[in-house]
Design a protein around this ligand. Structure first.
Ligand code: SF4
Length: 363
């Protein structure tokens, strides 16, 4: 097993199952060494009992391999990773508005089953889920390269908005999110970890029932049922009323605003009538709206293009839509669209909002 996807309780249980009683403190020190410190050897300062070292030797803590780095003129840096089986997936490092602070946009799957019309990855179909260890391994590779290049800089946020539908790989994504926030893991604040979804209602309900502490973002993109079904085929499974009910549960569980993401598609979803539809379906909830520019002709890590042609909204279309959104009396933020220069897959979208990391230290 790859240890990078484990929490201290998981590692302690793994060792116990192998007949090696190890206090959870040992597990914390091992994972702090591998994840918080990013070291390549597993023995923490102060050492470990021989029997624990031997038991750990049966496992790995390898990271996926970086095969390409593509800088963006907005300061983003897109990494293409290769997993052990040769599968390719992206991670993007994104500069936040605070100097020296970065967020990392993570993929959750190789390919994607959701087939969104404006997305190259959707054309690939789903190859497989990423494991929590692969997600964390890619995160660590990006974070540690930054540490080496800019020792004063830090990664303070993570967003699951890369390749794949995160809630379609629920267990691994939530496991990775908890490793990211763990004091012995990534040490990212819960509120700085966002998980996006095109609207898998049963998984949203589960997220609420489990009282997950992370920010959930619904990629709405149209509140016209016909248009939404064309853009996001998943909309054929769950209508707006079901989505609103599921998001109400998340709001009740967290007490925070409900975040809606809107990929601006010129001539498609920028009509002010869309705002009235948003108000009719979601107006009873406190909202936060993220506007994201579509990448024209996006290209997946495998080189595929999205097929159907979409264009970015003009300034006039965007401004008209933003003016109309004022009626919702909700925060509206334009988000960073990573990969504009290299036409990266449309999933490469993320926030620039800076959140300071947890200050808790690994005991
Ligand atoms: S936009 Fe996201 S959910 Fe939709 S096909 Fe692309 S990667 Fe999948």
């Amino acid at each position: 097993m790859n240890l990078l996807g484990l929490l201290p309780t998981d590692l302690s249980a793994l060792l116990h199952a192998a007949g090696v009683p190890a206090p959870e403190g040992d597990a914390r020190r091992v994972l702090a060494r591998l994840i918080s410190e990013g070291r390549s050897d597993v023995v923490p300062r102060g050492g470990l009992r021989r029997v624990v070292v031997d038991a750990l030797a049966a496992h790995s803590w390898s990271r996926p391999t970086v095969v390409e780095r593509v800088p963006d003129s907005d300061g983003g840096l897109r990494y293409v990773f290769q997993a052990d089986d040769g599968a390719l997936f992206d991670v993007v490092r994104i500069p936040l508005h605070v100097s020296g602070r970065y967020s990392v946009c993570l993929s959750s799957q190789v390919g994607c089953a959701m087939q969104c019309a404006f997305c190259a990855t959707g054309k690939l179909g789903l190859t497989r889920n990423l494991g929590a260890a692969e997600i964390i391994g890619a995160f660590l590779a990006v974070r540690d390269e930054l540490r080496d290049a800019e020792p004063e800089s830090r990664v303070t946020g993570a967003v699951f908005m890369g390749q794949g539908e995160p809630l379609h790989n629920y267990d691994a994504v939530l496991q990775a999110a908890h490793v990211l926030r763990d004091p012995c893991g990534g040490r990212i604040a819960s509120e700085a970890i966002s998980i996006s979804t095109v609207g898998l209602v049963p998984a949203i309900r589960r997220f609420a029932a489990e009282r997950q502490p992370f920010r959930l973002i619904l990629s709405l993109t149209s509140a016209d049922p016909t248009v939404r079904r064309r853009l996001l085929p998943v909309a054929g499974r769950h209508d707006l009323a079901e989505l609103a009910e599921a998001l109400s549960l998340v709001h009740e569980a967290q007490g925070d605003r409900v975040t809606l993401a809107w990929v601006l598609l010129g001539g498609v979803n920028t009509d002010p009538a869309e705002v009235e539809r948003i108000r009719a379906a979601f107006g009873h909830l406190p909202l936060r709206i993220n506007l994201i520019d579509v990448n024209a002709n996006p290209v997946s890590p495998g080189g595929e293009t999205s097929g159907e042609t979409f264009r970015r909204a003009t300034d006039e279309e965007r401004n008209t839509f933003m003016d109309a959104l004022q009626v919702l009396k909700s925060p509206v933020v334009r988000r960073y669209s990573v990969g504009r220069d290299q036409n990266a897959a449309c999933g490469m979208l993320a926030a620039r909002t800076a959140v300071e990391p947890d200050t808790a230290s690994c005991p």
